[in-house]
Every structure is written in structure tokens, then in C-alpha cells.
Design a protein around this ligand. Structure first.
Ligand code: NDP
Length: 468
């Protein structure tokens, strides 16, 4: 139901004003318009946000390009002759740009057909009900609103140590027209490892610097170890326990100073994390509470400390994942306009790191599960998939299933291997529903597949804590 009678409003009065045209903002705006609200959305850049324009989507398209290269030796074993295959980054870049333009067009049409009014420019919050937009066309407008939603996302963090202005961001990597011969990667989170794998697949010599002993802090330790091994097997140089001090430009090279050493590269990727995009928004004008990193503090209903002001997605620093931002936005809007009381369960979100091979997880890590449950059954398997073995490859797939011994409930699933993002998405349904190991075992396998291993794990690898 609409809260408003359109005829009583001027063109710049809204029920909901959304700042940010990324995944969370667009999904929220469209949902609110579908509920009959008069909605405006302000975006200064392209529609689609980080995920569509400079994140998940182009990254995956680049990953496909790298994967074709990685499969060339396998292709030969299957009888195909692909001698003298070469990769032309500029062709990929041109085709990627066309695809992103197409997707942005879809976002734009979807907003338009939902009846959301789009303002292109920089938004500054004047007070909880007033936003000033400095339009990209040079025109300044003042909008008023009953409710305000901030969904401005995040951007690359450049203050981990000095000289990061000389390093490329993930945005820059996605716009390259040539593959750098030597690439240094700073950090070992999602972005670092995905681009390390991809650029290695495209032919770069890649070195990854990180301060922990294993990459991907926060993931299950066994999968972190296996992933590190897989990255090294691909020819990536890992520099764990690195103390990164500075990035410098010396002539044509970019130099990473770490420990007592200087390492030279043709390009360096800064993947030391992202910060909430709040600069210039005017949050101080309404006194909204923010965290140390500038992220907007919200409760489980995505309400900020200021009445009628809400925030969803990366800007809240909860979980920087597109589907989470969309779910947070839709839950908020349904609650506001239809009286539901939906929340998003951030604990059971499945996730995939698109490395090569990809690493995918749902539920608890073994370390966290061991703290949570008195006795844990750990099931593991590692094998060379049929496709790899046939071609004489060595890349293994690793699977781990964690079960609470008392209830038989599956509390964590981890997989490092091809197709793991697709497999984990389906398994996430079972894990979220509270499936037991007996129910996994009672499921008939689809043969021959890799995923069948999940219903064929009979032997407990170990108990945690260990049994006498
Ligand atoms: P992450 O938080 O995943 O990784 C940041 C990395 O930078 C870590 O290795 C961290 O090390 C390191 N780091 C941070 N500060 C410093 C410092 N001062 N000195 C040295 N190293 C430092 O961030 P990303 O930027 O990779 O990704 C941002 C978010 O985007 C992710 O959290 C994820 O939610 C999302 N994302 C999701 C993807 C997916 O779903 N496939 C893909 C890409 C991004 P340490 O561990 O030691 O703190």
C-alpha cells in the first residue's frame, strides 16, 4: 500500500530516498516501489555498483578467461590440438565492457519500469528528511523524504601502509588491457587470492604478500592449507608472515618493501581490504553512529541510531557480499511497508572464493565448531577428479564435512575444488535446514560426479577432541 497520494506531492518529495545504486540500493528501491512507495534513488556513478560494474561480474568473466588457459593442457589430453594458443587481454577487455554496458542497461530499465525516480549526482544528507543532490549535469536539487536508506557500499582501502597510491586497485586490474609480466599482490583475502589466481592463469608471475602464516584468515584452517598448496602448485609465490612496509615507484617498476627486502614488479595490486563509502555523505549532519572504520552501525532491522534512517550492504560493515546486501534491503523494505518482521541470518551464509580451484564454505569452520560443540565428527576426503586424472593433472579436490556428534547435525561444509561454488549453493539449503549426516548418507549419489562424495563419506577421519 502506498503511504502517499502522488497528487499531493511535489516532484521532489518522496516516501523513501535511497542513496547508492548498487545491488542493495537498487533491490531496496524496486521492492519499496512495488509496495507502492514513492521512491527516489541517487547514484553518482554507474548503476549496478561494485558487484556488477567493478567486482563480482567482471571478475568472474576474467576468471573464465584464465580458466580456459589453465585447461589448455587438459584439452590436449582429450585429443584437441590447440597449439600456439595465445591470450589477448584487449579482446577480453572490449567484450567485458560491452557485457557490463548491457547489464547496466538492464539495471536502468528495471529501475525505470519499477517507477523509481533516478537522480544522477552526489548526495549530501542535510537532515534525516532532506538530501541535497549535486547533479552530474551541474544542477543542484533538494529532495525531501519520509525515510532515508544509505546503501553506498565500499571502496578500496589505501591506508594500510604508505605508498598504496602507487598500487592498482581491483577496479584497475579489471580495466587492464595487458597482462603484467610480474604482479605483486598485497593481502591474502578474497580479492587478493582471486586476482592472484586469475592473473597467474593469464600468464603473470605472481607473488602474494600477507602477514598471517596462511592465506584467507577466518576460513577453515585445513582448506587454507590446501589452498596455499594449490596456489604454489600453480606457480604462485607465497610470502606468508610478511611485514609490508611501503610501496614505491622506481623507474618503470613498482617496488614492495617488506621486512628487509625490496621486491620489484611491473604492477602491484592493493588488496588490503575495503572501507565503507561514507565520505562527503554528510552523516555528521544527522549524528548517525558509526564504527571505528566509518561503517554505519545498524541493528538487526537495519535501523541506524537516527529514526527513519536505515543502512544496508557493505556500508554497514556486516558482511560484504552482494546477496547479503540484497537480502538486508528486501527484508527492511518488507518490514517497513508490509509490517513483516524479517531479519537476515548472517551466520549461515554460504560463500565462495573464486580462486583456482575455488574454495567454498557454508556453516562453521572446524576451529569454530570445536569451540561450539562438545564432540565433533570430521569427515574428509581428497582425490583427483576424473577430468584431471585422465589428463595426468595433479590438482586435487578436498572436501570436509563437520558434524555435531550429539545431534548428528551437519554444522559445516568446506570444499576446495572445481565447481565447489555451484555445489555449496545447493548444500547450503540442506545445512540451513539443519540436515543430519544420516540424511546426507540416505541420499542416493549422482554418478559420476564430484558432488556425490558428499553423500558417500562413511568413515570418520577424526573426532574433535580426539577419542582415546
Ligand atoms: P579481505 O578482508 O577479505 O582481505 C583483506 C586482506 O588485507 C587480508 O589478507 C588482510 O590481512 C590484509 N590486510 C588488511 N590490513 C592490512 C595491513 N595493515 N597490512 C597488511 N595486510 C593487511 O578484503 P578484500 O578487500 O579481499 O575483500 C573485501 C570484501 O569483499 C570481503 O570481505 C568479501 O566479503 C567481499 N568479496 C567477496 C568476494 C566473493 O564473494 N567471492 C570476492 C571479493 C570480495 P589479515 O588477514 O592479516 O587481516
Amino acid at each position: 500500500m502506498s503511504e502517499s497520494t502522488p497528487s499531493t506531492h511535489t516532484a521532489n518529495e518522496f516516501d523513501l530516498l535511497v542513496i547508492g545504486g548498487g545491488s542493495g540500493g537498487v533491490a531496496s528501491a524496486r521492492r519499496a516501489a512495488a509496495h507502492g512507495a514513492r521512491v527516489a534513488l541517487v547514484e553518482r556513478d554507474r548503476l549496478g555498483g561494485t558487484c556488477v560494474i567493478r567486482g563480482c561480474v567482471p571478475k568472474k568473466l576474467m576468471m573464465y578467461a584464465a580458466k580456459f588457459g589453465r585447461e589448455l593442457p587438459e584439452i590436449a589430453a582429450y585429443g584437441w590440438r590447440m597449439d600456439n594458443a595465445t591470450f589477448d587481454m584487449a579482446t577480453w577487455q572490449d567484450n567485458k565492457s560491452k557485457e557490463i554496458d548491457r547489464l547496466e542497461g538492464i539495471y536502468s530499465k528495471m529501475l525505470d519500469s519499477s517507477g523509481v525516480t533516478l537522480f544522477r549526482g552526489d548526495a549530501t544528507i542535510v537532515d534525516a528528511a532532506t538530501v541535497s543532490v549535486s547533479g552530474n549535469d551541474g544542477v543542484q536539487v533538494t529532495l525531501t523524504t519520509k525515510r532515508l536508506l544509505v546503501a553506498t557500499g565500499g571502496r578500496v582501502n589505501r591506508h594500510a601502509f604508505p605508498g598504496l597510491e602507487h598500487a592498482l586497485s581491483s577496479d584497475d586490474i579489471l580495466n587492464l588491457r595487458h597482462v603484467p609480466k610480474r604482479l605483486g599482490v598485497l593481502g591474502a583475502g578474497y580479492i587478493a587470492l582471486e586476482f592472484a589466481s586469475i592473473l597467474r592463469g593469464l600468464g603473470s608471475e605472481v607473488t602474494v604478500f600477507y602477514r598471517d602464516h596462511l592465506p584467507l584468515r577466518g576460513f577453515d584452517n585445513s582448506t587454507r592449507t590446501k589452498l596455499a598448496e594449490a596456489l604454489v602448485a600453480q606457480g604462485i609465490t607465497l610470502r606468508p608472515s610478511s611485514s609490508m612496509k611501503k610501496v614505491e615507484v622506481r623507474g618503470d617498476t613498482t617496488v614492495v618493501l617488506a621486512g628487509d627486502m625490496a621486491y620489484e614488479f611491473d604492477a602491484v595490486l592493493n588488496a588490503t581490504g575495503r572501507s565503507p563509502n561514507v565520505e562527503g555523505l554528510g552523516l555528521d549532519n544527522i549524528g548517525v553512529k558509526t564504527g571505528k572504520d566509518g561503517s554505519i552501525e545498524v541493528n538487526e532491522w537495519s535501523e541506524t541510531s537516527v529514526p527513519n534512517v536505515y543502512a544496508v550492504g557493505d556500508v554497514t560493515g556486516r558482511m560484504a557480499l552482494t546477496p547479503v546486501a540484497i537480502a538486508e534491503g528486501r527484508a527492511l523494505i518488507d518490514n517497513l511497508y508490509t509490517g513483516t518482521q524479517k531479519t537476515v541470518n548472517h551466520a549461515s551464509v554460504a560463500t565462495a572464493t573464486f580462486t583456482m580451484p575455488p574454495l567454498s564454505s557454508v556453516g562453521l569452520t572446524e576451529e569454530r565448531a570445536a569451540e561450539t560443540y562438545p564432540t565433533l565428527r570430521v569427515y574428509e576426503t581428497e582425490f583427483r577428479p576424473m577430468k584431471v586424472a585422465f589428463a595426468g593433472g595433479t590438482t586435487k579436490t578436498y572436501i570436509k564435512v563437520l558434524v555435531d556428534d550429539a545431534s548428528d547435525k551437519v554444522v559445516g561444509v568446506h570444499m576446495l575444488g572445481d565447481d565447489s561454488p555451484e555445489i555449496i549453493q545447493a548444500l547450503a539449503i540442506a545445512v540451513t535446514m539443519g540436515a543430519t549426516k544420516a540424511q546426507f548418507d540416505g541420499t542416493i549419489a549422482v554418478h559420476p560426479t564430484t558432488a556425490e562424495e558428499f553423500v558417500l563419506l562413511r568413515e570418520v577421519t577424526r573426532y574433535v577432541p580426539a577419542r582415546a
